[in-house]
Write a protein that binds this ligand. Sequence first.
Ligand code: GAL
Length: 714
Amino acid sequence: MNRFLRYFFLFIFSTTSLISYSQTVQWQEIHPGIWKAIVGKPDNYNLLKAADTQPSAALKTLNKAEFPLDKAKISVQVKNGKTYLRFPLVKNEQLFGFGLNFKTIHQRGRILQLHADHYGNTDNGRTHAPVPFYVSSLGYGVFVNSAKYIDVYAGSNVRKDSKTPPNIQDRNTDDSWDAHPYSDAVEMLVPAQGIELYVFAGPKPVNVIQRFNLLSGGGCLPPRWGLGFTQRVNRLYTSEQVKQEAAAFEEKGYPLDFIGLEPGWQSKSYPCTFEWDKTRFPDPATFVKEMDAVGVKINLWTNPYVSPDAAIYNKIKPFTGSHTVWNGIVPDLSMPQASKILFDQFEKEHVKIGVSGYKIDEVDGYDSYVWPDVATFPSGHTSEQIRQTYGLLVQKQSFEMFRRNNRRTYGLVRGSNAGGSSFPYVIYNDNYSHEDFITALINSGYAGVLWTPEVRASKSGEEWLRRFQTVCFSPMAMINAWSSSTQPWTFPEVAPQIKALATLRMQMMPYWYSEFAKYHYEGTPPFRGMSLEEGFVSDLKTEKTVQNLEENPYEEAIMNEVKDQYMAGEYLLVAPLFAGQTSRKVILPKGKWYDFYTGQLAGNGEVITVSSDMGQIPVYVKDGGIIPMMPPLLHAPKAGEKVNLEIRHYGEKNGNYKLYDDDGETFAYEKGIFSWREIKVERQQNGELKGSISEPENGKPNTVGTVTWQFMTK
Ligand code: GAL
């Protein structure tokens, strides 16, 4: 072959090989405002497959929307067995999400590897819920449905073919030289020969999250009792000590709905037998029954690593991975055989005698103890895939077990991922920074998961109180005393304030319950960041506004990451104080906001400084806000039990509220046995406010007793 021909063929060959790698992305609208694309040959096991949930029926009712991005600017290439993804970014756009982060809210500019792990003090993508989903401040979202470790460059690097390149600066002479030049793309690398992608429309960022949650069945709907108070007792407590603990709560007048038993209830743990320890719990069935009779349910700690002394050991062994965790074998829960053996045992030993739920620990992994990436599993799924989905698998399978028994559950889990929003589990961890806990609470709302800033121990009464305040405004009001043996009254100097807070948590149950119903049916996260609040991010569009920051503290404040205040349900803004703080700044979005405790006007689109007394956590209510409250019961109302309501209204505007009702305990709601009642507060011609609540629907649950009205703003 002459030289010319050789070069010609070489040229043809290299260009065709390049072209064959670039993929055209065909977007298909699968629900209003949700598009899916399959490019190349994706793995046949992914996050949504592991979660195995049905999309919510509510997706059909969503507004139609246009594809929210310029399709031509999305690039997907499969090369060398990996998938390269690129999504465009524009100036002044901010990104939220990429899983349960603890230190950062703004993700633009960050480099992460999404990897299920115990959080190790940096936001590098290794976290309990490494959800490959992000939401843009411009009101769209992107989800990469892969159970692989995904490298994310969230607008951190600049391509030479960028259409909007950064200015080139000379560091020798230019003081404003930037070490991180402007980047106009999110790029991701997925170690797979193809990918399943989703794009979500808004128009508002909160609508994006709704669509994302609804795709996996909406948010979870806990039982009413799940939203009460829970205490986890010392790991070696006996049944007698647990009974005494519950009795002390009752006698001292502290609410208590469920008690969590830590590893010592099992005959052996690390690895686990899943069987009761007969010295500490000689008669588990009677114990669980007696506790139930005093209004306290039992939740059990476990991890899934099976002890050679467990009755199911030999049976489950063929369905376990190649490596052990704390000398326990690791069920391959992506195989129905493994799942059946494990959860049949749970059902028989625990659920059938009345156990209400689990804390499923250590499913996030931690490289120092969990199976390594060289491990193999009998299903053929890789170690990496099992690691990314293990939290989803345990949640899904235990949830199904409770559904079979027609009893709702609400528990804890240490690992989750995309697709898990409908599972009734709250994430926690061993880290203990109060500040990080609040940032995680905010990020949980962008990731489709729930998080509790659990209270364990404290150096002072002040710290105890500050932590307690935030856990009462979170998805699970909990003390985890597994090693500290603390009780709510451990610091006598703040015991009255603690009691008042726990009582308030109970009084607010109708509000929390309705907000969770909105999570379930509409996908709106009950705890979420300020950027999702209308009126918060305002007119930051022009450079001019940005230059005027110093004259405008509000705009300066919202330009920054807001990591220490959040929205709780439709109407409440919570601004925690941390130990040592006597005052703090609170950014109140546009519109009037009122003090939760007094009903007085607090501000409007401004930064206020609050000095709080020890007793209170600063909480503000939006103008027209309605908060339904119930009497301060020590235990959640049982199915069908009527409770009187005190309905509070704040501010000047008319208000409305959707109050949710069902039996609070079973899955009857899945068959349509629930109701919404419309609460309205309207200003009359004489200037007075008047409240009304719609009639109960015939044949539908109705637990509302008498109704009284409190117009908090005088
Ligand atoms: C940890 C868990 C703690 C506690 C402990 C018991 O992994 O995070 O909350 O349950 O195990 O051994």
